[in-house]
Design a protein around this ligand. Structure first.
Ligand code: 13P
Ligand code: SF4
Length: 361
């Protein structure tokens, strides 16, 4: 146990120290749960100070993690940016393994920890560095844009990375820079199809899928709209194109968050991972959230308990071979350095051209 708060006892001191956090999450966490969470939150926040550590928490973390211990919270793009500029000695990635690898690639001198090494991703495991080498042989001279949801090995074979927040912008920028009309955008087939509908650049795609977002169907959205005619439906671009076609807005997790906070819809449905709505709801008391959602089993491996253990024992360290990291860094850094788009990427398929297909490898 660390000096300072015990991670087990809900003492008056713990209660006082965590009170502002409780006020924030009390609609999403029960008092009984809080008695277990609060001591861990106090102990984790203590350990962070002692060890000069920061916690980068993805939008899919549960509210007690996201609001309780996250120092930087956001989408994949935001967390990557933060890893690059953080001056902490230790980064704890409250997210999945590819995110921790990205942090290590961008911050090679820091100790990067992931609380559970099994926190993977169906997209990251859909493709290997060898696959990308073969793709490059098959399409010589075409740029390879890779979604950040990939291993460092895959990023090392890549020209530029992208996230769902900037995929259209990155594809168009790269096509112009290389003077080509086709770009390889891997491994998310659905993201690639959604990007293809937003640009004149032709897209070559891979058959990777997010196991959380691929399960939503257009019929789900139509049923929801019938049941909740006033609800605004926001979908993540890892969903099938048919889902986005019948949604009101699509964007990265950060874009969905912005939409709710700025536009304050009376009723909203977030077609994405379940914790996302809980986290936004804590900051959007005037919006009612309808909650059909799917859980990501990988994200849900991260808990307050294993974050505490990670910090206390400095486990599990994520390392990346330096030669691989050096090449992967170029691809991620090119993305981070890209000038901001004139307007944020949207996947508003009501206005987009339909029937734009991709070439599937
Ligand atoms: P964002 O990049 O929108 O945060 O989402 C990616 C994702 O699904 C993380 O697993
Ligand atoms: Fe991967 Fe999908 Fe889970 Fe994100 S939500 S970590 S893309 S499986």
């Amino acid at each position: 146990m660390a000096d300072g708060f015990s991670p087990f006892d809900f003492t008056p001191e713990v209660e006082a120290a965590t009170h502002p956090l409780w006020e924030k999450v009390k609609d999403k966490v029960t008092p009984l749960e809080w008695r277990v969470h609060a001591p861990l939150i106090a102990a984790i926040n203590d350990l962070k100070k002692q060890k000069n550590a920061v916690i980068l928490a993805h939008n899919y973390m549960t509210p007690e993690i996201f609001h309780g211990v996250g120092d930087y919270v956001g989408d994949s793009l935001g967390l990557a940016r933060e890893a690059a500029r953080s001056d902490a000695a230790i980064i704890v990635q409250a997210g999945v393994h590819f995110m921790a690898e990205t942090s290590k690639v961008l911050a090679p001198d820091k100790k990067v920890l992931i609380p559970d090494l099994q926190a993977g991703c169906s997209l990251a495991s859909s493709i290997t560095g060898d696959d990308v080498r073969l793709i490059k042989q098959r399409y010589p001279g075409l740029p390879v844009v890779t979604y950040v949801n990939t291993t460092a090995d895959v990023k090392a074979e890549t020209d530029v990375c992208c996230t769902s927040a900037n995929a259209v912008q990155v594809v168009e920028h790269v096509a112009k820079e290389w003077g080509v009309d086709r770009v390889i955008l891997i491994p998310d087939e659905f993201l690639a199809r959604n990007v293809a509908r937003q640009t004149d650049v032709k897209i070559i795609a891979w058959k990777g899928r997010c196991e959380v977002h691929e399960r939503f169907t257009a019929q789900d959205i139509l049923d929801l709209k019938e049941a909740y005619p006033n609800a605004e439906v926001l979908a993540h671009p890892e969903c099938p194109a048919e889902v986005l076609e019948v949604s009101d807005f699509a964007g990265s997790t950060a874009a969905m968050n912005d939409y709710v906070i700025k536009r304050k819809p009376r009723q909203v449905v977030l077609i994405t991972e379940c914790s996302m709505a809980d986290n936004v709801a804590c900051d959007a008391p005037d919006t009612e959230f309808v909650r059909p959602c799917n859980l990501c089993p990988h994200m849900k491996r991260i808990t307050l308990q294993n974050i505490y253990d990670a910090l206390l024992n400095e486990q599990f360290e994520v390392t990346v071979d330096e030669a691989v990291a050096e090449r992967a860094r170029l691809a991620v850094q090119r993305m981070i350095d890209m000038p901001p788009a004139d307007k944020p990427a949207r996947y508003d398929l009501v206005k987009a051209r339909h029937h734009v297909d991709v070439e599937l490898i």
